[in-house]
Design a protein around this ligand. Sequence first.
Ligand code: BG6
Length: 484
Amino acid sequence: QQVEPFDYVIFGATGDLTMRKLLPAFYNRMRSGQVPDEARIIGTARTALDREEFVDRVREALVRFLPKEVRDPSLIERFLMRVDYVTLDGTKSGSDWDGLAAVLSTAPPERIRVYYFATAPQLYGAICENLHAKHLITPFSRVVLEKPIGTDSATAEAINNGVGQYFPENHIFRIDHYLGKETVQNVIGLRFANPIIEAVWSSDFIESVQITAAETVGVEGRAAYYNTSGALRDMIQNHLLQVLGLVAMEQPESLAADNVRNAKLAVLNALRPITGDAVRTETVRAQYTEGMVGGKPAPGYLEELGEPSNTETYALLRAFIDTPRWKNVPFYLRTAKRSAEKVSEVVITFKTAPTHMFSTPPIANCLVIRIQPHEGVELHLNVKNPATDAFTLKESVLNAEFEMGGGLPFPDSYERLLLDAVRGDPVLFIRRDEVEAAWKWIEPVLDAWSENKSPMETYSAGSYGPSKATTLLAENGHHWHENM
Ligand code: BG6
């Protein structure tokens, strides 16, 4: 369904995120007929470019980043007609703003305007101040904030205050692209539309939960950012805690944004703090050393960086949610760069059948929610092994692949989210109090790690992680799901 005409103004338009993710996402939505002809995408950045030069860059990016099934030269040219560029340093209050004001003034005043901040988060407040001073915030304006919202509670508060001074909370869209992933949203469908699943969704039946987001890539060209962030801030504070919220929340009253956000927030607030000695026993941090990834030699993190560093590229936390539903169920949250596989998934392991009837012990049932790649759900069951007359068991897997149909790739998570901001639907964006609760929970771990209160482990690039990650699960009699 087509959205209303909009002007999307991207700050940081020459950057990697815009080129790799945002522009291809807009193109795909135009291709599927959701972007009206009047819509405009106005890039801004400090780099002095004229429109033609920017359009050339966008064309190049689309050719490079769009899958070939959807690349259509004439559609690309049509798309480029909607693209404009204004050279502008958003943090300075100079006359550059007149250029942006002039472009925006050609649209009717009630045109939906989305300001997308794909710049360094500490600049968000200053950009908002200038938008306000230049009278560019209309009642139909909203703002999308890229992560990271701060590096701790205090900096997050400063950013939220800076933006909140000029935009009301319901016009602020804090993006977490994991919430735009189909299978992440499907956690809600899977749980609350299937009584056979929700009926066993508690500590009575569930033994443990693993939430993993692992990547084969290293820090690529982002070392400057990544080295000040690390795996815990980069992935767990936001993406993994959001997934945890959906997996563990109570059923919201409805799918209205505040109901879903309240339910996720309640989970974050019920996380047992990891403080003092617990940081040593409940967390693992590690850096990759040289190894082989996909059959090719890969350097270690410190070699890539060329300097010593205390930044983790792997993080694992054993979390507990102190509610009756989740009493004593460990949630293992883990993320890794330069891992053996690229995989994001949730693995729910159930308690083992309390029986000694069979000559082979039954496996624990497990439900795997595959976020990527191969979006789908697997249920691991025990069945009688037909190869023997004796009553032995074997594992059998029910596999539901989610398919788009027509051989098309799954839409990128940004596609949906970019247009949700135009629609004004914040359900898949993070509310301010969620960001704050997430920082509050991980902050003691960040602090203890920065004071080296838990050792920095190592793992070879291309492996599944440090050996301590295996030991930590073994303490509870658990092990990592076999595919990871
Ligand atoms: C980003 C992180 O938020 O998510 C990156 O900053 C990471 O470091 C990326 O690579 C992973 O996203 P996805 O969708 O590929 O799992």
